[in-house]
Design a protein around this ligand. Structure first.
Ligand code: GLC
Length: 425
């Protein structure tokens, strides 16, 4: 691990230890939960967890985590590898069960079968060696945000293909800049070298018929002409329709540019909807949301994301921690999160709920995007998934920065992945 990153992480660790302090010894337990950072995630987590604490008489500590999923994972791994008991509940990414399963308890004895009302694919994803290591909290799929007003003004349809998106973005950017909107860009996405770039890259590639890096049988498929073409098109965006700064963007930086009115298109997750439509948002009422474009001859692919709640094996209060997890993953809390902040429920029944659909009409119109999204190859690569993703995002970032051609990048990915899988996944 580079020294700077290690220093940042140990700083975070110290601040966590500092805020946590000595545990209560009275009947009421003190539970510490590490939850999200994207958009309104932290407030939602705090309010939901505090309502539980009030009801049960327990006390709470909330640990805020870094925005970038990859930095969160590094922080969690450091805490868990040391057997730290300071954090009881971890909010974990849908691609981490294979990596972190051994550090979490089996939640089945606590769930009373509640997992049966969630999407079966997510429950299966969270079940490792027969143990339910996390309860689903929300699900995610990549979507395209667009400026309705600008598309209308320039007489352009919502783009169906990446090529069309590129042309429309360029045309509107050029015309608007000519008209005095000097800071307008065509397209923003998550281009930093981290997990979010793996997601974006897979969306370009899988929607162009270029596969998902490693297929369901564990074969490395990334070195193919469609994958290289899709990556080459994305590299051509940088400095043209996408600012160079996007090479350091996570979700929140991209949202900042779009929401302040400085981009025609943005790739992001559903959470950005509630914020773009918020009362103080400059693009309120001017934002549309659609399935992501696809490559020529391909079909739209929004990569599946989402977060889950797990209880640490090192927790001193597993019973209370599991009770909190069940409360946060339950229908009332998922409904509140969906209405307030557009987090997609993992309970199919909530997609029929009139209040949820009124707040998020796209839950209905983009049903296909949510139900047919493709998964990252985390299941098949198991404990090695983060290294697979690291290989992908590192090379993809080199291609986007122009340090390597897209064809060389996918060849290098294959080479690195072969080494990684030499003794199997
Ligand atoms: C979102 C997704 C998560 C993904 C991450 C990447 O938080 O829900 O699955 O790994 O973005 O940045």
């Amino acid at each position: 691990m580079p020294r700077i990153r290690a220093a940042i992480l140990s700083g975070l660790l110290l601040s966590i230890l500092g805020v946590t302090g000595p545990a209560h010894r009275a009947a009421a337990a003190e539970i510490t939960i590490a939850c999200g950072a994207l958009g309104q995630e932290l407030e939602l987590c705090r309010d939901g967890a505090e309502a539980w604490a009030k009801r049960t008489g327990h006390t709470l500590k909330i640990v805020s985590v870094p925005n970038s999923a990859s930095e969160r994972l590094a922080l969690y791994q450091m805490m868990l590898a040391g057997g730290a008991s300071q954090i009881d509940v971890y909010q974990i990414d849908v691609v981490w069960p294979g990596i972190l399963a051994n550090h979490f308890i089996d939640l089945k004895p606590y769930s009373g079968g509640a997992e049966k009302s969630h999407f079966p694919a997510i429950v299966e994803n969270n079940t490792v060696d027969g143990r339910l290591i996390a309860m689903p909290l929300y699900t995610d799929a990549g979507v395209l945000y667009y400026r309705k007003d600008l598309l209308e003004k320039h007489g352009r349809p919502v783009p169906a293909t990446w090529q069309e998106m590129t042309e429309t973005a360029r045309l509107i950017q050029r015309a608007e800049r000519g008209g005095g909107e000097a800071g307008l860009w065509g397209y923003v996405f998550q281009g930093r070298a981290y997990e979010g770039l793996t997601v974006n890259g897979l969306e370009w590639i899988a929607s162009s018929g270029g596969g998902t890096i490693v297929d369901a049988e564990g074969r490395i498929t990334i070195d193919n002409p469609r994958a290289a073409e899709a990556l080459a098109l994305a590299a051509s965006w940088i400095g043209d329709i996408t600012p160079e700064g996007a090479l350091t963007y996570t979700e929140e930086e991209a949202r900042g540019v779009f929401q302040s009115g400085h981009a025609v298109f943005m790739r992001n997750w559903p959470y950005a909807w509630a914020l773009a439509q918020g009362e103080d948002s400059p693009v309120r009422g001017r934002t549309g949301i659609a399935a992501l474009p696809h490559g020529e001859g391909g079909r739209p692919v929004g990569i599946l994301g989402g977060w889950n709640l797990a209880v640490s094996r090192y927790s001193r209060h597993p019973d209370e921690a599991a009770d909190l997890v069940m409360a946060l993953a339950g229908p009332e809390e998922q409904k509140r999160r969906a209405i307030l902040a557009a987090y997609n429920p993992t309970l199919p029944a909530l997609y029929e709920d009139a209040e949820i659909l009124a707040a998020n009409p796209f839950f209905r119109t983009l049903h296909a995007t949510f139900s047919q999204s493709a998964a990252r190859p985390s299941r098949v690569t198991g404990t090695k998934y983060n290294r697979v993703s690291h290989t992908f995002w590192t090379r993809a970032h080199e291609a986007l920065s122009g340090r390597m051609t897209a064809a060389a990048a996918v060849a290098a990915m294959r080479h690195d992945l072969r080494r990684l899988s030499r003794r199997g996944w």
